[in-house]
Design a protein. Sequence first.
Length: 149
Amino acid sequence: MAILGVIADDFTGATDIAGMLVKGGMRTIQTIGVPSKAAIPDDVDAVVVALKTRSIAAKDAIAQSLDALKALKAAGCERFFFKYCSTFDSTDQGNIGPVGDALLDALGGKQAIYCPAFPRTAAPSSSAISSSAMCCCRIRRCAITRSIR
């Protein structure tokens, strides 16, 4: 049964993380869109859901991401990771923070760590923050987030 559920805001990011999980020894599958329970085999360690939510309205991105979370929970996942674009180039209003907050609320969490870069692939972060910066607050209300928009 899957342990780790990953919700990615685009196909490329989903593929990046799925490849790293496989390289690290995890039996991993990647789906395009929200999978049905029948689409997730019992003999995997991780499920990566590739969505196309990076450039759509926040309310739609939230709905799709919560649907993915429900599917991952139904598959038995106990740990979750939200893979968002490390360059923060989504919509002008942004949907990373609202989606992150919705997932955190749905999981009953109080805080999350955000790392807005992917150093291994040299994905840039904003000059306002270093690639190792972490934000432990709700990102849409964060001074770091406001400084890079």
